[in-house]
Design a protein around this ligand. Structure first.
Ligand code: F3S
Length: 395
């Protein structure tokens, strides 16, 4: 692999022990995937933030790096942590868990990482441009940035993203290259798509079918970015889709030649079957929205639905701190709290310890969350659109 002088310095340890270790990891990755060079990245998003996911070994690893003076070279954000970093006590997160989570965030902060913990960095101040090379690790954010924005990232693991942040570069392979961004299957959608949950169900179904292929959608109309994020998140979870194209919707779709590609069709029946398959519970102990993290539009919509009502079971909407603050300023937070719900920032239903907090059945409108909750959090799942979920818990 061709390396420039600065990169040779990193490899020789002239930029410190941590940079050397992490740069070696990037070189190894590049060799495995046949990269000829490193490319600078505009931003990084690091996963592996929740204490629930990384435990003591991860915490010690991060503290070790921070104590050795490691610093990031580019704008770097974090994936959700295991709890709301400000209101963890009042929401009921366990104290021991909180102590470890706070230490993790301090280690990241010491490395110069922005301790905004969100899977929607593009809504919270880390917005790449079309064509920009980035190194992100949260699979739904990878899908959104590649597909909806047209930025370029592989699905990084936590360590390779941290390496890109400390070294400022990533190996040039995979989705960074034009030739690997072409679609390989056409998905004709005839199913009616109304709610965000429908896009989650569509994404779940297609992800299962196409695995890590790059689908080209036809037939999706009148869609907003919340629905595209729901679609991409579910496809990345049930399959490993890191890039999709959608006719007349996503920026690289118009350049693609789809003649001769295999075609699949998704109709009403497939969508209904997916809802049926993902529903393993009936009455939720808690409803948790915001997977991927809610936009302000989604928070406003929830506020509108619960205004003047009483929720008889907990309802959370997970989001970034930035959106939470905007929701507070707009009065949405007060409305949701008055009804008995909560805006929970920095975390989500999958990476927080909800099973330890006494919940066994969770209501969600996200195909991704419905996919992960049974395995990661031992939950039964009630998967519906927001209206049906709120209808189940309203007093
Ligand atoms: Fe985000 Fe958690 Fe869903 S990280 S995409 S809210 S599982």
């Amino acid at each position: 692999m061709h390396l420039n002088r600065e990169q040779e310095e990193m490899l020789n340890g002239e930029q410190g022990e941590v940079a050397e270790r992490l740069f070696r990891l990037l070189v190894r990755l590049g060799e495995i995937y046949g990269a000829e060079e490193m490319i600078p990245v505009g931003s990084v998003q690091v996963a592996g933030v929740s204490y629930k996911s990384i435990g003591d070994p991860g915490l010690e690893f991060l503290e070790d790096f921070a104590s050795k003076g490691a610093k990031v070279k580019v704008l770097t954000y974090l994936n959700p942590a295991g709890m709301d970093m400000e209101n963890w006590k009042e929401i009921g997160f366990p104290e021991d868990f909180a102590k470890s989570q706070i230490r993790i965030m301090e280690a990241f902060r010491a490395m110069g990482i922005v301790v905004t913990a969100t899977c929607t960095p593009y809504l919270a101040g880390n917005l790449p441009r079309f064509g920009e090379h980035i190194a992100w690790s949260e699979s739904s954010a990878v899908s959104f940035s590649n597909s909806v924005i047209g930025a370029r990232t592989n699905r990084e693991g936590g360590p390779s993203a941290l390496a890109a942040a400390i070294c400022g570069v990533t190996p040039n392979y995979g989705l960074h290259l034009d030739e690997n961004r072409k679609p390989d299957i056409v998905v004709d959608v005839t199913a009616p798509l109304e709610f965000n949950a429908d896009f989650g169900a569509l994404g779940y179904f297609v992800g299962k079918q196409v695995k890590n292929a790059k689908p080209y959608f036809r037939g999706i109309k009148n869609v907003n970015t919340d629905q595209l994020k729901a679609l991409g998140a579910a496809m990345a979870a049930s399959g490993a889709v890191a890039l999709y194209h959608a006719e007349n919707l996503t920026p690289e779709a118009r350049d693609q030649d789809i003649s001769g590609l295999e075609k699949i069709q998704v109709g009403k029946e497939e969508l209904e079957g997916t809802f049926e398959k993902l529903n393993t519970g009936d009455l939720p102990d808690i409803v948790i929205l915001g997977c991927p993290h809610a936009s302000l539009r989604e928070i406003a919509s929830l506020a509108d639905k619960v205004e003047g009502k009483t929720l008889k079971r907990p309802v959370w909407i997970c989001t970034s701190r930035v959106m939470s603050e905007a929701a507070e300023r707009m009065g949405f937070k007060a409305i949701i709290e008055k009804a008995g719900g909560k805006i929970v920032a920095d975390t989500c239903m999958v990476v927080s310890p909800i099973e330890e907090m006494g919940y066994a059945t969770t209501g969600v409108n996200s195909g991704k969350a419905a996919n992960y909750l049974p395995g990661f959090c031992k939950q039964n799942v009630v998967f519906h659109n927001v209206d049906e979920l709120i209808g189940k818990v309203i007093g």
